[in-house]
Design a protein around this ligand. Sequence first.
Ligand code: 5AD
Ligand code: SF4
Length: 454
Amino acid sequence: MSDTLRATPQPAPIPLSSKPAPGPPRPSETRSRAGKTACIRTFGCQMNVHDSDRMRRMIQDAGYAEVQRYEEADLVILNTCYVRENAVDRVRGHLGELNRLRREGRVKKVALTGCIGAAAEAATLQRTYDIDLVLGTHNTYELAEFVGLPTMAETYTPELPGTEGEHGAFVTIMTGCNYQCSYCIVPTVRGRMVCRPRQSVLEEVDRLVEGGTRYVTLLGQTVDAWRHGGERFCDLLEAVSERAPRVWFTTSHPSNMEDRTLRAIGERESIVKRLHLPVQSGSDRMLKIMHRGYKAERYRRKIEVFREAVPDGTLSTDIIIGHPGETEDDHERTLELVEDCGFDSAYIFKFSPRAGTEAAELRDAVPDERVVQRRFLEVLRAVEQNAFTRNQRKVGGVEEIYIRHGSAEGGKAIGETWSGHAVHVKTEARPGEYVRAKIESAGPHVLYAGDPVA
Ligand code: 5AD
Ligand code: SF4
């Protein structure tokens, strides 16, 4: 079993892999028409998806046609994630394959960007795999120069949006993180928190909405820590919710989450009633070792406020299993918290030591792999059971469903209710449109709707 399991997956606003280029041009046509071709492969979180969108715009401006297969690409960009060790292993596999293609004269240049690019390990990887360009998360704009666009440093600042998906767009409102969680590499590779000014965010939202965007997701590692000129995250969220027809935000930190933000989710019609609030552990002892800055009781209180303010809402979380020092008693506390909070979904991670983090130095305290596996499955089952019970309550109701991914021929489209539930629905409606349909059944991960009603 993989060491990361999302107990109840919902579709990300756009897939966590490179978006397909519009239309399916045949390789030979692509090459002769555009001359140069590039392939962007994205690993990891939505921040990376967003960075890839920005790089996509650069390569397009430089005259590259985007292709989906390494074999067809002159330039391959691996935009990487460093959060867990297996992420690096995966990228190594891709780099090995690219070296082979390069020897065969198919791929010409390889760029490594994103979080691995910002890490110390990047220098070794560059030597081992003879990588042409390594960029961190702060200097992504240097790709512009590499692909032959002069003076792009100012044009591609982090303030500029990526290319928008057809109807959904990410808007980064803050970068970096001021926390120092024991296990986490993010503060090292993304740096300290930088908040984008309110005016700049709102201008981008206005421009996107004018251009046809119907779903805006505000992004940041600790999005609810945003503050600027005396304003806090809730002020910004309210302003955005007045401008965009559908709004969501991720990821939040329990210490920054204000009750008024939770109430705004319930009160504001345009905000999707879904909260992702990573808890990591239900044990106060572990939360302290992890430097999370809150106790389980405080997290529970936040959830009580959310459930009261947003009775129909969905709640998801992140949980780490087997962090150094985790005892059976700590694990029991996590199971209790899962029971009490009744999560609708959770990303459950086995602890993975990241060089340069505090927790990586505590390796001898890591529980035995078999113990970790058992705890992992226990938490997974508890989350899935809760989610299944909660999803059953939706059966029989008629829901307004926002289409995120249109149906592939005759298949089902994937949509989202206002409560944040993922729904499969048989419709020809396109992404960005709404349909109404009755929920006919439900699994632990997704709801299934009948034919749309008028
Ligand atoms: N090991 C396991 N899980 C991790 N996460 C972050 N770093 C690690 C690590 N070293 C998880 C946390 C975080 C999510 C994005 O990834 O749960 O919330
Ligand atoms: Fe990592 Fe903690 Fe910052 Fe989240 S809050 S990005 S887990 S350091």
